[in-house]
Write a protein that binds this ligand. Sequence first.
Ligand code: UDP
Length: 321
Amino acid sequence: MVERILITGGAGFIGSHLAEKLLDAGSQVAILDDLSTGKFENIQHLAGRPGFSFAIDSITNATVLDRLASESQLIVHLAAAVGVKLVVEQPVQTIETNIMGAEAVLKAAARYRAKVLIASTSEVYGKGVRVPFREDDDVVLGPTSRNRWAYAASKMVDEFLGLAYYQKYSLPVVIARLFNTVGPRQVGRYGMVIPRFVGQALSGNPITVYGDGSQSRCFCDVSDTVRALEMLLENEKAVGKVFNVGSTEEITILDLARRVKKLTGSDSPITFIPYDEAYAPGFEDMQRRVPDTSRIRTMTGWKPRNNLDDILQRVIAWLRP
Ligand code: UDP
């Protein structure tokens, strides 16, 4: 039997890549997306493919969600507020979308016993300083007066709720904590550093390093992230558990700016912008963020195939006019 999979937020950056991969693998794919940050252009090329359908609507439309859930064996829940910039600027929308969205999806899934994969985020590790981050580490968040932490807290509620549905109702739920993911179709508008740096370098504008650039991240290619999600969906043993999904190749943001400048052959200057100016007064950043991926690797054999240079070359090719 061909599996039918619902992807909430399927017109977004990660969702559209996942939809493509699942269709290639012979699944039927339905997308539910309100196009708040997703874009129809991301899925336009899939329209007309056998087994593909989409509904442009909110996950809070209970009627639509119920119908789609009733027709699906699997639900990948990617619909969420995304991007630190958006999260800081739109706190009400962030909290409501994340919490009410996950609740609606789990309720609908429970009605039809559909398996659910909830996309969570490395933000939940907050200000933890013991790297690499392991799934069962304690979590250190900042105060409620700082909007950024609302994102982490709301995604933690999603995780709690998903695990509670698993424990209480035996609903098959898997949680994937996605670390920084990059690739074609990601836009810099909501803060994401790589499309921003590449766009700035290609247009000759200053490359804007926030803070002193000593903060570091690990960037995972979207094709690797999507493969991890597929492997988690297929693995029965993944149910009821949380998994880190990300690269372990760490780079400081200043070195990233230099690397982008070199690979694009750009003359753009590298400028430093204080966090207060870039985001909001009192903004707190994470100094280091590195995943421990041994749990997913042990269970599924997954590890990233692309390194940072591969990723940057692909983003440059995509953004080059
Ligand atoms: N950043 C930067 N310049 C930009 C955008 C982001 O220096 O134009 C920094 C940001 O402050 C953070 C890192 O790049 O330290 C990664 O930011 P992003 O928003 O991509 O992801 P995050 O890891 O913060 O979720």
